[in-house]
Design a protein around this ligand. Structure first.
Ligand SMILES: [Zn+2]
Length: 106
């Protein structure tokens, strides 16, 4: 009387193969999910300065203590007074689209 365990039995090799397949599948699922999450948005706050005497205006990154109406420096064109006229946030994502959100403006 012989009993052969063929097909139905799970020998170590089959178990390892299944485990590996599941592991690889899980790995690729995690990769594809993680890749989607990576589309992070970059937020930056800017301050817009304008000359009170001429039309000169300049945009620079927001600094702590900035507020609309604050006087800062002199105009490089006419030596007039520079004043902050707007503070806003620019949002950029990986697709290259940007949106502006004005926090404060005159
Ligand atoms: Zn000026």
């Amino acid at each position: 009387m012989s009993h052969t365990l063929d097909g139905i039995s799970l020998d170590p090799f089959t178990l390892v193969t299944i485990a590996l397949t599941l592991f690889v599948l899980a790995y690729f699922i995690a990769l594809s999910l993680g890749g989607r999450k990576k589309q992070q948005k970059v937020k930056k706050t800017y301050t817009l300065l304008k000359c009170t005497a001429c039309e000169y205006s300049v945009e620079r990154e927001f600094k702590e203590g900035d507020y609309v109406g604050k006087k800062e420096g002199t105009c490089p064109k006419c030596d007039g007074e520079m004043i902050i006229t707007a503070i806003y946030v620019k949002e950029e994502d990986n697709s290259g689209s940007a949106s502006e959100k004005i926090i404060a403006s005159k």
